[in-house]
Design a protein around this ligand. Sequence first.
Ligand code: ADP
Ligand code: MG
Length: 302
Amino acid sequence: MLQVKNISFKYLKKPVLQDIDFVLNAGEHLSIIGESGSGKSTLLKLLYGELDANQGSIFWKDNEILGPKHNLVVGYDFMKYVSQEFDLMPYTTVAENIGKHLSNFYPEEKQARIKELLEVVELTPFTDTKVKLLSGGQKQRVALARALANAPEIILLDEPFSHIDNYKKQSLRRRLFHFLKENNIACIVASHDKEDVLPYSDKMIVLNEHKIVANNSPKHLYKYPESPLIASFFGEFNVIDGKIIYAHQIEVVGNSNLKATVKTSYFKGPFYLIEADLNGQTILLEHKDYLDKNTEIYLIIK
Ligand code: ADP
Ligand code: MG
């Protein structure tokens, strides 16, 4: 179990994190979300022991994670970290990079492991390609595979799909998170994409103004967003009479006591996002058809 107790951290005099407290069990998946600059990467670096906390403690099982002031060599065998700047060996092949930390004592096992990981990150055709010839997204996938090579007990991923295009992203997410669950590897992902979180995370932490402002399952936070910040992570929403209402919760009906006037329709693929005026307030709703400007519509809130 990962136990993070009362961590606070400043860069020089600038406070970044305050009173960070949470636990994560073996094999569980946790997402850390928050606006850019909210301290997601800093928190991962503290968890990995790359920075010294000003206060608090971090334990994985019985091992205390200590920063560079107390620990000469950063990093532990049971924990791997894939940062936003993945440092690979550019002049060697994809397979050699992935196998870098694997023992040469069992060459067959080593080759089988590399093959398995190449499949997880969908890089089999690039096995013998030199890393410097790869795109940013391909390099990110090599870094992921290398971090998994020795099966850590916990892996920290900082925006792991940020360089990967949409063609590959969906299937890579499924394969990677499935692989982690199958192998009972705990995982902490810093993200600002709900697609990384909703289908895969057991827990979700929201950082704002240096603190954890929510810590619950993604399902719970989606259903009961306590603040506009949390709702905005999941999609378009309105605040009507003090209540958070997602755009998809407003339906156009034949008649009701909520009358609105259409301002703009945006094509979104499976639906149109309609911007409308409701008693002087601009609201957003989803509708299957395009609606002309100035159309009068009646609404219900589901
Ligand atoms: P996030 O990953 O959520 O975007 P970061 O953890 O990278 O946020 O940054 C949190 C805050 O700390 C930001 O205000 C950022 O500017 C600041 N920061 C990050 N790295 C450093 C650093 N090495 N020195 C000083 N300030 C930093
Ligand atoms: Mg970051």
